[in-house]
Design a protein around this ligand. Sequence first.
Ligand code: IDP
Ligand code: MG
Length: 155
Amino acid sequence: LAGTGDMERTFIAVKPDGVQRGLCGEIIKRLEQRGFHLVAAKFLQASEDHMKQHYLDLKDMPFYGGLCKYMSSGPVFAMVWEGQNIVKLVRMMLGETNPADSKPGSIRGDLCINIGRNIIHGSDTLENAKKEVGLWFKPEEFVNYTSCFQPYLYE
Ligand code: IDP
Ligand code: MG
């Protein structure tokens, strides 16, 4: 986006529990209302191998196998959003990994209860965001367009 130096992209996915519970719209609404800019999206069922790759950093955790199975058991809504400082801001919007520790007002604090069913993924660092965006999306899947809100969101 013109006139703004620190634009970032982050990878966000509504997990199978969030899709089943009909929360895609609510999650997209919150990201839109914050002012973030959607640049890619797709609705798919990921393979277990794909989820193992996505969660590779957690391969030694006891819940890794179950997590990857669960994440590939049903549809996910995968998206890339853009905005200034978006990686950190989205992590704040998500709340904590455990919904029980997430403040009201956050997505997990408002919409879910259990750590294994916490409805949404968001990249935790800019470096991981770049990896995840590349793992989930091909270059031709991005849409380039200018948001008419841009001069009212950024100085
Ligand atoms: P994050 O999603 O907040 O980044 P991570 O630590 O990266 O959290 O863990 C990835 C996902 O693994 C979590 O969102 C959650 O679904 C699951 N998870 C994390 N810790 C546990 C656990 O202790 N038990 C079961 N599932 C867990
Ligand atoms: Mg994580």
